[in-house]
Design a protein around this ligand. Structure first.
Ligand code: ATP
Ligand code: MG
Ligand code: MG
Ligand code: MG
Length: 494
């Protein structure tokens, strides 16, 4: 490929380095110092204290005016959670790299917009006719961002390619609290122009034919605990460009999975499983589910490798439970669709991730042996209950059908969780495969019932936490004793 993944990344970093940006290595994907955050979900996370004006004056960050990097991100829990899309769509991963450039009280909207337009259309030579941009049209008492709209016009974007957007799409927030501001995004039209749909109608519609590639956030506020917006001491630029999506666009593919970011992983999965080759089909066009399973395994092995390398070991609470859920979801796909034995499956794919990304992220090479060991142990412990759980699931599913119901009762979902360690999202997935629904309120009620029945029993209390991994602060207040896993694989030990 003319635009191999490595060259795409290098070109981005160099473009901004040449324009006075300092390269800052990716921060850990496990943000141990930030209790409001499950995993690093965007490039800006590590600069939060600069935005908030609380940066330690003695740290290197205090002098930073312009920065560029490629940040390891995980979106599998918390405010930004894309786990349920993985396998099903062509452009959301649980682990991905976010390319970004920053200005800390230095340049603002004009330069940011000029940089992104020049890089995309002049350096990467993307056809401008395929690009659409958005600006914040105002909401919740906030003014529309007409300045951004005007600036896009000035760089030459035709007016019918400039679209207004609401709070959901054009006001970026890191989490329930933290830095935020109006944003302006670039979207790419992947369609063949064959159908009569208008690409501008498909922007921000979750349509795989028109995908978001780059977000320019104009950081101006902090979302406070009481939901109010406090203006920040300075104005900053924070951008995020999805690396895998950019590679896909530059390689002329319709799916991130058809690029050299993923094909080496598919090759390895095929070697290990003996499955048929990956054909790139989705949904009903993938009747045997094999392509979907390829995508899930390739996505999840990246997430697991990077999370564990940075100290996110699978266990029962918070971040650890997110890692566990990802592993179990992946293991079940591998078992069902590739018909492999669970126990040491993921560790066989890990070397391929290391080979591909170990130069950019040396930590995964350094920790490779530990990552494999932790994965094997976790997989083995799930293998025991996976079989029995699948049998129970079948029983519950049959029972529901016999009763003429399309719902899997909450009590059954809870039992699968409590007795067989099936995360609720895994059960939901299995239910979907059978055309069954899960009612969240019913599951919560079953959970509550179990907790009442055991009155303060620790096991049930942990169970309650396991279902809701979103509220990390609450988890920390519960003072749950460290699990054995954590003792064994404490951060200092891996
Ligand atoms: P989308 O609307 O497609 O879910 P987003 O608005 O949630 O994306 P941002 O928070 O604006 O994404 O993140 C900046 C960029 O990171 C996006 O423009 C996109 O290119 C990339 N990105 C976001 N989520 C993912 C993901 N799950 N997998 C791959 N790339 C992603
Ligand atoms: Mg999203
Ligand atoms: Mg979006
Ligand atoms: Mg966005």
């Amino acid at each position: 490929h003319e635009w191999g993944a490595l060259r795409v990344r290098e070109t981005f970093l160099n473009y901004f380095k040449e324009r006075g940006h300092t390269f800052v290595p990716s921060s850990s994907v496990v943000p141990l110092s930030d209790p409001t955050l499950l995993f690093t979900n965007a490039g800006m996370n590590q600069y939060k204290s600069i935005f908030q004006g609380t940066v330690d004056p003695a740290s290197d960050f205090a002098q930073l005016k312009r920065a560029v990097n490629s940040q390891k991100c995980i979106r599998a829990g918390g405010k930004h959670n894309d786990l349920d899309d993985v396998g099903k769509d062509s452009y959301h991963h649980t682990f991905f790299e976010m390319l970004g450039n920053w200005s800390f009280g230095d340049y603002f909207k004009k330069e940011a917009i000029e940089f992104s337009w020049e890089l995309l259309t002049k350096v990467y030579k993307i056809d401008p006719k395929r690009l659409y941009v958005t600006y914040f049209e105002g909401a919740d008492g906030l003014e529309p961002d007409l300045e951004a709209k005007e600036l896009w016009k000035q760089v030459g974007v035709p007016e019918d390619h400039i679209l207004g957007g609401d709070m959901k799409d054009n006001f970026w927030e890191m989490g329930d609290q933290g830095p935020c501001g109006p944003c302006s995004e670039v979207h790419y039209d992947l369609s063949d122009g064959g159908d009569q749909r208008n690409a501008s109608d498909l922007v921000n519609k979750d349509d795989p034919e028109v995908i978001e590639i780059w977000n320019n956030v104009f950081m101006q506020y902090n979302r406070e605990a009481d939901r109010s917006l406090r203006p920040l001491p300075n104005k900053h630029i924070d951008t995020g460009l999805g690396f895998e999506r950019l590679v896909s666009v530059l390689q002329g593919k319709k799916s991130n999975y058809d690029t050299d970011v993923f094909t080496p992983l598919f090759k390895r999965i095929q070697e290990v499983t003996g499955a048929r080759e990956y054909r790139g089909k989705f949904g009903k066009e993938d009747p045997d589910g094999i392509d979907t399973a390829y995508r899930v395994v390739a996505d999840h092995v990246r997430t697991l490798t990077f999370a564990i390398a940075d100290g996110g070991v699978p266990n029962n609470v918070g971040r650890g439970y997110v890692v566990r859920r990802v592993l179990r979801r992946g293991a079940r796909y591998a078992r069902k669709y590739f018909e492999v034995d669970i126990g040491d499956f993921f560790s066989k794919i890990v070397p391929s991730v290391v080979e591909q990304m170990g130069d950019m992220f040396p930590e995964i090479r350094k920790k490779e042996a530990d990552i494999k060991e932790i994965l094997d142990e976790e997989e083995k412990s799930f293998a025991k209950s996976l079989d029995r759980g699948e049998i129970m699931f079948e029983k519950y599913a049959q029972k529901a059908k016999v009763h003429g119901s399309n719902d899997l009762p909450g009590d059954d979902v809870w039992r699968l969780y409590d007795t067989y360690g099936f995360p609720v999202d895994l059960t939901r997935l299995m239910a979907e495969e059978r055309g069954l629904n899960i009612n969240d309120e019913e599951v919560e009620a079953a959970q509550e019932k179990a907790r009442e029945a055991s009155k303060g029993d620790k096991k049930a209390a942990i169970g309650l936490v396991k279902l809701d991994v979103h509220d990390l602060a609450a988890l920390e207040n519960m003072k749950i004793p460290k699990t054995d896993d954590e003792h064994k694989y404490g951060r200092e030990n891996i």
